[in-house]
Design a protein around this ligand. Structure first.
Ligand SMILES: NC(=O)c1ccc[n+]([C@@H]2O[C@H](COP(=O)([O-])OP(=O)(O)OC[C@H]3O[C@@H](n4cnc5c(N)ncnc54)[C@H](OP(=O)(O)O)[C@@H]3O)[C@@H](O)[C@H]2O)c1
Length: 234
């Protein structure tokens, strides 16, 4: 193995307890980054914290529920305390909700999905930004379901976060902070299984397959505002 690519990089990965977030967080640790991973309950991070191995500082866990406004600020403070400074924020955590037309979203669900995927994610980003100096990156995990019929609040929030990524990219350009939306594409996770209950999970790629653009961006690449992980060749 070559020299660690993320030596000295301090990164937060939300939703590191499983799926895409865990794979990205483990890859960052393996490349030497100091990583804070988040989940809604501390115990859910045990497997990540046990499995992650790398040449840098051992990773830490922080409890973050994006749907809890008070908790978001407290989690940001804890993450900043653990890292000292933040170079890379990966806004990966999110919830799916029902796959139905907007007309049929159950009461309360639109509010919950928007609170977590959009408002909570943006409030967490705001709270982390003062700890990001010049340079670094914010990576928002996008989806092909952004703005797509039948994907209810999830589709709305992913489209809104794509717009927020473009806005942040322009607003933070003079600080050298690269803002990129990465769409992992269909990936073998709990969320994918909930969205496609009749699919054989063995036919869907493992989350480890989507990490290359995340590592490259954390290392300094700037591929533009949006990346399809499956098409990444960099
Ligand atoms: N899998 C796919 O095919 C696919 C395709 C396109 C995009 N994506 C995107 O990839 C990202 C990760 O998805 P995944 O498939 O890995 O999903 P997943 O397996 O369901 O994992 C979701 C992660 O988000 C966390 N989370 C959920 N709700 C939260 C909340 N309210 N506050 C804080 N954390 C919360 C979960 O933590 P807990 O342990 O607390 O539950 C978990 O770590 C999402 O942004 C998703 O939209 C996935």
């Amino acid at each position: 193995m070559g020299a660690p690519r993320l030596h000295g990089v301090r990164a937060i990965v939300t939703g590191a307890s499983r799926g895409v977030g865990r794979a990205v967080a483990e890859a960052f640790v393996a490349e030497g980054a100091h990583v804070v991973g988040t989940a809604r309950e501390a115990g859910r991070l045990d497997a990540f914290l046990r499995a992650a191995r790398g040449p840098g500082d051992p990773p830490s866990g922080v409890v973050l529920d994006l749907a809890d406004p008070g908790g978001v600020a407290a989690a940001a403070r804890a993450a900043i305390l653990a890292l000292g400074r933040v170079d890379v924020l990966v806004n990966n955590a999110g919830m799916l909700g029902s796959r139905v037309p907007l007309e049929d979203v159950p009461p309360g669900e639109l509010e919950a999905v928007v609170a977590a995927n959009l408002v909570g994610t943006l409030r967490f980003t705001q709270a982390i930004l003062p700890a990001m100096g010049h340079g670094g990156a914010i990576v928002n995990v996008s989806s092909g379901a952004a703005g797509r019929a039948g994907w209810a609040g999830y589709g709305v929030t992913k489209a809104a976060m794509d717009a927020a990524t473009r806005m942040l990219r322009e607003e933070l350009a003079d600080r050298g902070i690269r803002c990129v939306a990465v769409n992992p594409g269909g990936t073998r996770t709990a969320m994918r299984a909930a969205a496609y209950p009749h699919e054989d999970p063995a036919t869907v790629p493992h989350p480890r397959g989507v990490v290359p653009p995340f590592v490259a961006i954390a290392e300094g690449a700037d591929p533009g505002w949006h990346v399809e992980a499956r098409e990444w060749t960099g």
